[in-house]
Design a protein around this ligand. Structure first.
Ligand code: NAD
Length: 420
């Protein structure tokens, strides 16, 4: 685990943010206490047969943070640095995210400690099928619905769906979202996180009177969320994408990069680094570039107290989950940086996951145009709900988003009461 990550506890950060929202709302102490504890935390140690015949043990987690408003919903991450505290934090962010955009889900998240970059497809399939088998008693379309996250993808979702269906004895499409469309996936799901993020950036630009056309954007992380956001900012809003990065390096071109050509280069070589029409820069330099829009779309804990003062963007749109530490927020506020918080900026993914689940439940599939239009409606409404809440309490957008979300979850808990 990296030294930076070892010092930072995302679950503590998540609790701090929750506590601040509770204070703002003057939330009933009993309800506050209930929400502070994730409902369920599962740890699985399980064997996988590797291609050389060895049996290797892996550890995986699933946390169901809160299901007051509906079934748990959230991705599964494959990464060497996955910890239970990280999964707890990610699960709680899902609770708030679903509440912010008003979809009837609670929050969950899963992860397996592994390095998929060093694994053969057959090993990844074995790991996924065994993990899905371990998860099976605890998940279900009306209970807990996994989705892709860092280093998991539609193929991994297809293996989970198939394993779960084999165990049930019939096909259960609604068990996961982010599936291939051939087995009940939704059109537009792949692009949904990046697209939803771009919808919120457009709303923020309107609010701040920034003309995006010809303005500069910088993207950290060039996977699903980052590459789609870059492409749409460029193609739909005429923005210049002056720098992008991934885990192996960052590239810069003051005149703007072609997002599709960079993606092709990454697909061919495995990284954006070495893209011919750009200069190499460091990830720290990338974050400090002069630009109108910065989109962190990699991992958590990248904008910290140490580097927040160097951020020159007018808008930071958090496509990643938890990219900004609580200590960095006041520094960004003081410097007039408008932050679109993760639980709003990247909620497009779970919103179209919800559309996918609805389509699976009805076995009736929508046109891509309708999906994007419904997504636009949800993101624009949610952005303005958060803006209004932040004005009401005179706080920044993150605090506004949490106040809105915590209030909605607290109301669900209050009205349901305690069983038995
Ligand atoms: P992904 O695996 O498709 O892409 C992750 C990208 O980040 C890769 O390009 C990787 O190389 C890069 N990266 C990793 N470490 C980096 C580092 N240290 N510096 C720079 N780049 C680095 O994952 P994704 O689905 O795009 O997810 C990215 C972020 O968005 C995560 O925080 C995830 O939780 C969040 N998110 C994703 C979705 C979704 O639907 N995919 C939804 C909501 C939130």
């Amino acid at each position: 685990m990296s030294e930076q990550k070892a010092q930072y506890n995302p679950w503590q950060a998540a609790l701090e943010t929750f506590d601040a929202a509770s204070e703002l709302l003057d939330l009933d102490e009993n309800i506050r206490e209930r929400i502070r504890y994730p409902e369920r935390e599962l740890t699985f140690n399980f064997p996988v047969k590797m291609r050389d015949g060895r049996i290797k043990m892996f550890t995986g987690y699933r946390v169901q943070h809160n299901t007051a408003r509906g079934p748990a919903k959230g991705g599964i991450r494959y990464h060497p640095d996955v910890t239970l505290d990280e999964v707890r934090a990610l699960a709680s962010w899902m609770t708030w995210k679903c509440a912010v955009v008003g979809i009837p889900f609670g929050g969950g998240k899963g992860g397996v400690v592994c390095n998929p970059k060093e694994m053969e497809p057959s090993e990844l399939e074995g790991l996924t099928r065994r993990f899905a088998t371990e998860l099976a008693p605890f998940i279900g379309p009306e209970r807990d619905i996994p989705a892709p996250d860092v280093y998991t993808n539609p193929q991994v979702m297809a293996w989970i769906m198939d394993t779960y269906s084999m165990m049930r004895g019939y096909t259960v499409t609604g068990i996961v979202t982010g599936k291939p469309t051939s087995i009940g996936g939704s059109l537009g799901r792949f692009e949904a996180t990046g697209r939803g993020c771009v919808y919120t950036i457009a709303e923020a630009a309107k609010h701040l009177n920034i003309n995006l056309n010809g303005s500069r954007a910088v993207i950290q992380g060039y996977g699903n969320a980052g590459s789609v956001a870059a492409t749409l900012l460029h193609e739909d809003h005429g923005m210049k994408i002056i720098a992008v990065s991934d885990s192996r390096g960052a590239i810069y071109n003051a005149n703007g990069l072609s997002p599709r050509a960079v993606l092709e280069h990454k697909q061919k070589t495995g990284t954006v680094a070495g893209y011919p029409e750009a200069d190499a820069i460091s990830n720290e330099e990338l974050l400090a570039l002069e630009c109108e829009v910065l989109v962190p779309a990699a991992l958590e804990n990248v904008i910290t107290e140490k580097n927040a003062a160097s951020i020159k963007a007018r808008i930071v749109a958090e496509a990643a989950n938890g990219p900004t530490t609580p200590g960095a927020d006041p520094i960004l506020d003081d410097n007039g940086v408008f932050v679109i918080p993760d639980i709003l900026a990247n909620a497009g993914g779970v919103t179209v996951s919800y559309f996918e689940w609805v389509q699976d439940n009805y076995s009736f599939f929508w046109k891509e145009h309708d999906i994007n239009q419904n997504l636009l409606d949800v993101m624009v409404r949610s952005f303005n709900d958060v803006l209004e809440t932040s004005k009401k309490y005179n706080v920044n957008m993150r605090r506004g988003a949490y106040a809105l979300a915590v209030d909605r979850v607290a109301e669900a808990i209050r009205v349901r009461g305690i069983y038995p």
